[in-house]
Ligand binder design. Structure first.
Ligand code: PEP
Length: 255
């Protein structure tokens, strides 16, 4: 089963709307016309309207970094799936380790968001990954398995074409430490095995699993060449058009 690579940039809490517009224009100019791999940028909420206009005539896709699980109501400071859809957002990062660590998100609360996202036809990029303590204690696969099973509880098979998983070892995010190619492949294969138990082998072989955690141009080729690594979720390196586009080029070469 061939899975098109997806390279998604998580800009986190960086860039004003004007800075975001400049960055996406540079990305557009280099990789906005190709469709050998999918490219998605995920700016902060405040930049979504302007970046949405900038990607309208390009192949670059638009993602958000979070959303609320309710469609509307008294949830001060929150944003719904419908609001994202109105700006032509197609993807939404859910369950990022920073949301788990700083905002108390759990597999259960993230599950509610995932189900709300697919209800609105948004593609969830569901982030999972172990901490260093969990890895050192030999618990990596157990943690990944429970994150997949609990986060995807009641996920309907008919919506599996929307689902993207991002394996992001917490100890590799923003630290400069990257999982080796072998460590990434081992974890991705394990995740695909859990998906296979939940949804069947055919379905699991069509779900994309991205790697995230200090991916940069220097290590992207090796990671993206792994059979179960279907792209990358890029934090720091996505804030430079050159680094981000070099990673996209590495994904094109690996395809
Ligand atoms: C991320 O936050 O999703 C991420 C992968 O960050 P970085 O690339 O900076 O490690």
């Amino acid at each position: 089963m061939s899975r098109k690579h997806l390279i998604a940039g998580n800009w986190k809490m960086n860039l004003t709307p004007d800075d975001s517009a400049s960055l996406v224009e540079e990305v557009n100019a280099v990789v906005g016309k190709q469709n050998a791999v999918q490219v998605c940028v995920c700016p902060p909420f405040t930049s979504l309207p302007l970046v949405s206009e900038k990607v309208e005539q390009s192949e670059v896709l638009l993602g958000a970094q979070n959303m609320h699980d309710q469609p509307s109501g008294a949830y001060t400071g929150e944003v719904s799936a419908e609001m994202l859809r109105s700006l032509y957002v197609s993807h939404v990062i859910l369950g990022h380790s920073e949301r788990r660590q700083y905002f108390g998100e759990t597999n259960v609360s993230i599950n509610a968001k995932i189900l709300a996202a697919i209800q609105a036809s948004l593609k969830p990029i569901y982030c999972i990954g172990e901490t260093l303590e969990e890895r050192d204690a030999g618990k990596t696969m157990e943690i990944l398995s429970s994150q997949v099973r609990e986060g995807l509880q009641s996920y309907p098979s008919r919506a599996l074409d929307l689902l993207v998983i991002a394996y992001e070892p917490v100890w590799a995010i923003g630290t400069g430490k990257t999982a080796t190619d072998e460590m990434a492949q081992e974890a991705h294969a394990e995740i695909r095995g859990v998906l296979s138990e939940m949804f069947g082998e055919a379905a699991s072989s069509s779900i994309r699993i991205l790697y995230g955690g200090s991916m940069k141009p220097e290590n992207a080729a090796g990671l993206l060449a792994q059979p179960d690594v279907d792209g990358g979720l890029i934090g720091g390196a996505s804030l430079s058009a050159k680094s981000f586009c070099d990673i996209v080029e590495a994904a094109i070469s690996a395809s």
